[in-house]
Design a protein around this ligand. Structure first.
Ligand code: SIN
Ligand code: CO
Length: 415
């Protein structure tokens, strides 16, 4: 394992994000100015910058400490259920390898020009999850993950562009960012990663710990470490229209399956089919008939929200929940929750609309549970006091106990 330099102790780094950091429900309310956004309110930021133009914020989180120490990040990169990449730029050659990486498979920290990218750190670490939660002034449906990159001096991923919005928060050491709004987004051919062929930077800044750069999609950028550094990328998902269309059609097909009548009337039938001389020819009547069936496919707004709720709350393929080894029975769970409250597991996604709530990919009716599910979804926790008030509803306590046994929630308020 690499030796930690004296100015970067793991215990200090892992103990807190920063004195100013707060818990997961801590996103500033829309009309409250926040240093995180350069003293703009989230509403002003969304109006002026979101999806529109880059924004540099000095001292966004002034006393930031990396949510993970370097060695903790390296340990995460060694796990099978964590997506990690190693990008090296040795002797001017770009190379990319996918993890997991045992500590001795990473280059020495004394070697220049390499970077380790670890995706979805919020799924594995409460401090990273709490940091991600500060960006919940953007809907959860858009929030994707928190990636941490570690780089040695000169390390980076090359000039490139992304198709999603990103906040690049410097959490340790310095990184020089150069950005440009160029039209030419052609890539160097034959490389294992996307590096721009012609990078034309227009602005340049050195970011220090606590500084942050917001970039909308398709802004060319290049971040190069000045000495050892760590950067958190808070990324937003933006499924392509073709992906959404394909997934929605799949959803409709599954729904159709569920509604198909048991006598098989949904099957294609061709009682008028004549014997053929050219067996390989696609029968025109088949094309007509299928065209007529497809023309009858329709959907409502409800189908669209059900699809989006289940699709967007579906855990990522690598996610595995950790149910408690020795779960409390319902009575004990209730007693504990009355003292400590409950919180969503950091991997849980809970969304809602006017009719339904969507918990980790499953849709359920909101009507009977509206008074507490909305609060739990928005705050990601219910305080002990709220739990006591709500606990006479046995349907609530029974459901929450079921979720606790599945590892979707835990007792205790947000840390
Ligand atoms: C990095 O953190 O090194 C790269 C992040 C990015 O450019 O999107
Ligand atoms: Co990028």
């Amino acid at each position: 394992m690499p030796v930690r330099p004296p100015d970067y102790p793991a215990a200090k780094a892992s103990a807190r994000i920063s004195p100013t950091s707060v818990s997961a429900s801590s996103a500033a309310s829309p009309d409250q100015p926040t240093p995180l956004l350069g003293n703009l309110t989230p509403s002003q930021f969304m109006r002026r910058y979101w999806q529109k133009k880059p924004f540099l914020i000095r001292h966004a989180i002034p006393d930031i400490v990396a949510p993970l120490a370097r060695d903790e990040l390296f340990e995460l990169a060694d796990q099978d259920d964590v997506e990690s990449r190693l990008i090296t730029h040795f002797r001017s050659k770009w190379q990319l390898e996918h993890g997991p990486f045992a500590a001795d498979e990473l280059p020495s920290i004394k070697q220049r020009a390499w970077t380790l990218l670890v995706q979805g750190v919020d799924l594995h670490n409460d401090r990273a999850r709490a940091l991600l939660d500060r960006f919940r002034f953007v809907p959860d449906a858009r929030l994707d993950d928190l990636m941490i990159s570690y780089a040695t001096d000169g390390g980076g991923v090359g000039p490139h562009f992304d198709s999603y919005d990103v906040f690049l928060l410097q959490v340790h050491g310095k990184r020089r960012w150069r950005i440009g709004a160029q039209r030419d987004l052609s890539l160097q051919p034959g490389l294992p990663l996307k590096v721009l062929q012609h990078f034309e930077p227009e602005d340049e800044w050195v970011l220090e710990p606590g500084d942050m750069l917001y970039l909308p999609p398709h802004i060319a950028h290049d971040g190069v470490a000045q000495g050892e550094c760590m950067t958190c990328s808070i990324g937003f998902r933006a499924p392509s229209t073709s992906e959404l269309a394909a997934q929605f059609l799949y959803y409709l097909a599954e729904r159709g399956e569920a509604h198909a009548s048991p006598n098989g009337s949904a099957l294609y039938r061709d009682p008028q089919q004549a014997a053929v001389e050219r067996p390989a020819e696609l029968p025109p009547a088949l094309v007509d008939r299928v065209g007529a069936i497809l023309a009858k496919v329709d959907w409502s707004d409800k189908d669209v929200s059900s699809f989006l709720g289940t699709y967007l709350s579906e855990p990522k393929p690598s996610v595995v929940f950790d149910p408690p080894e020795r779960p409390l029975d319902e009575a004990r769970f209730i007693r504990r929750a009355m003292k400590e409250g409950v919180r969503l597991d950091r991997k849980t996604v809970l969304l809602y609309d006017s009719r339904s709530y969507y918990l980790n990919g499953e849709e359920s009716r909101l009507a009977d549970v509206k008074n507490w599910v909305i609060e739990l979804a928005d705050n990601r926790s219910l305080s002990a006091k709220r739990f006591v008030t709500l606990s006479p509803q046995s349907s609530m306590t029974a459901l929450l106990h079921e979720w606790y046994r599945a590892g979707w929630i835990q007792t205790g308020e947000l840390r």
